[in-house]
Design a protein around this ligand. Structure first.
Ligand SMILES: Nc1ncnc2c1ncn2[C@@H]1O[C@H](COP(=O)(O)OP(=O)(O)OP(=O)(O)O)[C@@H](O)[C@H]1O
Ligand SMILES: Nc1ncnc2c1ncn2[C@@H]1O[C@H](COP(=O)(O)OP(=O)(O)OP(=O)(O)O)[C@@H](O)[C@H]1O
Ligand SMILES: [Mg+2]
Ligand SMILES: [Mg+2]
Lengths: 160, 165, 160, 165
């Protein structure tokens, strides 16, 4: 069990360092153990340093930087133990347009092996869909699903 | 391909039988506030065996049964079925298509079925053991929770890492 | 002190009921005391029922419905004891376009008496500004403020 | 008019002296992720007397002093001044324009000034007493915290209501 954790930790740590650098276009990140001598009980610290900035506590990161760091860690876990599906509920809400494009580029690399189901209000994120569903409550309180094409999404959103 | 179809009936705001067909690639779900998008994710989490009402934004499990509107009576039960394409034999059974179903009645009775045959929750959990499917923290990111892992205490983060170990 | 709380509670409750109905275009809301017989220690429960839906626990509300309910309560407090300024940091992140317009209409009623300072990534929210500032980090890690006009905002955002 | 001007120097990511002039109406602040927008709100909360580092996303108060970059040395102190238009005599003093200043040095020394005259924190707090200014929950909505009041426990909500009583 200890052997398993050690392997997993070092692989996830390596993935995280790599993916963080790609998402932020530089900077550096790391995972460290709170109690390296007691692997069974040790917690995990996250270190994140966006490009051009000095290293500081992760609580000082901005809203968008925290989300990007969390996404980097999520994909680092995915690489270690892929899941065939992944649901994301408005994960892009606090990202600016430039970071949404970086997130999309990363996500597309996983698409052949993972089925993503994404809820979003952001037009840029929608553009990467292959299947589209709109949910309406024409009858108050009752959800109804309608299947949409990409061109319908464009017009439907401006109606929203 | 993996999730082929999701059928929801009487679960949360889905008063009538609703079907979502899935394809390979990226499925996008849109709609105004309060229309039922996150309820679809709750349905997936529930059919995969979720036992904690709070993980479904509910205070008691019966909150997931359609509660009625001004014009429609409350439902007697909630039912969700997930049709899984198993041609890649990711799940340790010989069957090519697996249908997981979960039902909850107002009186509290709860049923689980695999390919329409009643089973126990344990059977569903064993089916998904070690496949990466299930409600791990990194395969289901709830609304507003994406930076949970950043805010979490070091030991909570450890639990999430252990899921991927 | 008890007298003061009783007055404040009943005024805020009245404001909340009124503003909720306007923001949601119907439905009903209320505030209730957890211990009506012990005013000094009583907590406050929130009841919110969007239009067309049955009354249920507020934990079942959607992300956008929770934000709108919180905004209704915020303005209800404002009416009781106005503050000359109010800062809002990406309060519109989970609202759809229709609800952003309702939120804007409500906010504009307070504008003569309250100075709002709003951080947003949403173009609809930006349109209600009278003064605009862009923050950049041309020099990595160092924030710089540039004053913008509305037309610059339009183009700057598409550059973002 | 109320807040006329905010001057920030050496506070968080504002390495150099930065001035924001305010006018009546709605001030909009935009910019990419991590550029310093929320830091401006932290500066306002700080100059109004905030004592808890966690309310400024910091672990210790000295975290608010500019920490340097690859090319610039860390600052020795952080300073924020808020110029308030008091023609409506909302603040209980005869002066038409009031400047509140707060300074923090690396060695931990902290200074407060009203119209460039050193004073105590208590003097600033008394100046704002009962005017609705200050960091009440409903006049400063932090990023991601807007539904705090919905998630809060009933007694926490009571505290927020008491601020408006
Ligand atoms: N058991 C139930 N019966 C009927 N309606 C329910 C039930 N449980 C939840 N709901 C309704 O579902 C709605 C919330 O849906 P959901 O959270 O999926 O919205 P959403 O589409 O994700 O919206 P947002 O964009 O704001 O996040 C609430 O208005 C709630 O009243
Ligand atoms: N003492 C300090 N010295 C230097 N930089 C600091 C200091 N404290 C915080 N920062 C930096 O400020 C940045 C965060 O800024 P802020 O939270 O204002 O971003 P934002 O514009 O609100 O972004 P978002 O749109 O993502 O919310 C972080 O990258 C952090 O490194
Ligand atoms: Mg939702
Ligand atoms: Mg911010």
């Amino acid at each position: 069990c200890l052997r398993l954790f050690k392997d997993a930790f070092s692989e996830i740590r390596h993935n995280f360092i790599e993916i963080f650098r790609r998402l932020f276009g530089g900077g550096s990140a790391d995972l460290s153990l709170t109690e390296p001598d007691n692997l069974m009980e040790s917690g995990i610290e996250i270190i994140a340093q966006p490009p051009g900035k000095k290293l500081s506590h992760i609580s000082l990161l901005s809203g968008g930087e925290r989300v990007l760091t969390a996404i980097a860690l999520m994909f680092a876990l995915f690489l270690r133990k892929p899941s065939p599906f992944c649901v994301l509920d408005e994960i892009d809400a606090s990202l600016d347009d430039a970071n949404i494009e970086l997130f999309k580029a990363l996500l597309m690399e996983f698409v052949p092996d993972v089925h993503f189901i994404i809820v979003t209000h952001n037009k840029r994120t929608m553009m990467m869909g292959t299947t589209f569903y709109g949910i309406t409550m024409e009858e108050p309180g009752v959800s109804k699903v309608i299947s949409l094409q990409l061109d319908e999404i464009e017009s439907k959103i401006s109606l929203d | 391909m993996f999730f082929k179809r999701l059928e929801i009936n009487g679960f949360k705001s889905f008063a009538r039988k609703t079907v979502l067909e899935f394809q390979q690639g990226v499925t996008i779900i849109v709609g105004p506030n309060g229309c039922g998008k996150s309820n679809i994710f709750d349905a997936i989490r529930w059919v995969l065996g979720e036992q904690a009402p709070t993980a479904l934004r509910a205070t008691k499990m019966s909150d997931v049964i359609f509660n009625g509107t001004a014009h429609i009576k409350p439902a007697n039960f909630a039912q969700v079925s997930l049709v899984i394409d198993n041609r890649s034999s990711l799940l340790p059974v010989e069957i090519k298509e697996i249908v997981i179903t979960r039902r909850l009645f107002r009186d509290g009775e709860s049923q689980y079925l695999i390919n329409r045959v009643p089973c126990r929750l344990k059977d569903i959990q064993e089916l998904f053991m070690d496949t990466g499917i299930g409600t791990t923290a990194y395969s289901m990111m709830e609304q507003g929770q994406v930076d949970f892992i950043i805010n979490a205490r070091p030991l909570e983060r450890r639990l999430i890492l252990d899921e991927a170990a």
